[in-house]
Design a protein around this ligand. Structure first.
Ligand code: AMP
Ligand code: MN
Ligand code: MN
Ligand code: MN
Length: 301
């Protein structure tokens, strides 16, 4: 295959970050892929939190419909007192090192979720753990998103966004301190699985600019290669800010809706803004991109 031109790469409808019911998305992996296809996606990564179980069913549907698919994961990391998310793209879901790391992370989730339930009971919200579990399709992965949905469904809060203004975050009821992976561990697991590591939605972290600089220093030193420049949670200003970070640090750029469901996501799967034209897309490094380009070329004929 000849080297694809930058414009052909940029013109693909790419979405490299979304969630299924295997973590805290609303759609089953199969339905998520069908929604992506209906929305015109040409290259899709499924990136469930700390879980790989959605990859096989999503890949099966993608293959049946000729959609180029990237196996991915979004790993929870503790950094400078904040939770940071590192996306892995193009990972081998059978990699033993990645699987062992994620199993250890998920093992801590159940105890954390039960303690979150106890903390909410102390402020007069009983049975929240059971309530959150009713929204979780995967019992190994009960997340704050499931608690938030329960608090909305039971009338405590009007919507999920408002939940996170009043509950479940540091200093508010229902927050439970938890130690996730170290940054270097997460990047190491992704690289061991043959993947490319990406800093997810960097504008969302409550880190000083010095701490954020250290995050990128250590991420790059560990072998991390990319940053989400276009992200569902980024404003235009934030997009420009992290486009500059990508340029200054020589990082590849990713494009990511972080779609969880129409109920609570600002950006639908496959409806991300384009990347600034001078940035190198992270998908230039993903094997599935060749199939996406070939499919785009044959449908244009
Ligand atoms: P956990 O991994 O259990 O800490 O849950 C984190 C998840 O909660 C995220 O992946 C989001 O789905 C959701 N979440 C966290 N903060 C917010 C927020 N401010 N607004 C909406 N959803 C949020
Ligand atoms: Mn989530
Ligand atoms: Mn995230
Ligand atoms: Mn996400």
């Amino acid at each position: 295959m000849s080297v694809p031109s930058a414009s052909r790469l940029h013109a693909l409808n790419v979405d490299l970050h979304c969630h299924s019911t295997v973590s805290d998305g609303w759609l089953e992996p199969e339905a998520l892929v069908l929604r992506a296809i209906a929305n015109g996606v040409e290259l899709l990564a499924l990136t469930d939190h700390d879980e790989l179980g959605g990859i096989a069913p999503a890949q099966g549907v993608a293959r049946a419909h000729g959609l180029a698919f990237v196996p991915g994961v979004e790993i929870s990391v503790s950094f400078a007192g904040e939770t940071v998310h590192i996306v892995g793209l193009g990972v081998d879901p059978e990699c033993a090192e990645l699987r062992a790391g994620l199993a250890a992370l998920c093992a801590g989730r159940d105890g954390r979720a039960r303690r979150m339930g106890e903390e909410l009971a102390r402020v007069g919200i009983p049975e929240a753990f059971a309530g959150a579990c009713r929204f979780a399709r995967n019992p190994a992965l009960v997340s704050r998103a499931h608690f938030a949905r329960h608090l909305v469904a039971s009338g405590v809060m009007p919507d999920v966004k408002t939940v996170f203004d009043h509950y479940l975050v540091r200093g508010k009821p229902g927050f439970v301190e938890h130690r996730w992976a170290a940054l270097e561990e997460a990047v190491g697991w992704i690289r061991a699985a043959g993947g490319v590591a990406v800093v997810a939605h960097p504008a969302r972290y409550r880190l000083s600019s010095i701490a954020l600089g250290e995050l990128f220093d250590r991420f790059i030193a560990a072998g991390g290669e990319a940053v989400e420049v276009v992200a569902g949670a980024h404003t235009e200003d934030e997009m420009r800010r992290f486009a500059s970070v990508a340029r200054q640090r020589g990082l590849l750029a990713s494009r990511a809706s972080d779609f969880h469901g129409v109920q609570e996501s600002m950006v639908d799967v496959g409806r991300c803004n384009p990347l600034p034209a001078d940035l190198e897309p992270v998908w230039s490094r993903l094997p599935a991109t060749a199939a996406a380009l070939a499919a785009a070329a044959s449908s244009a004929r």
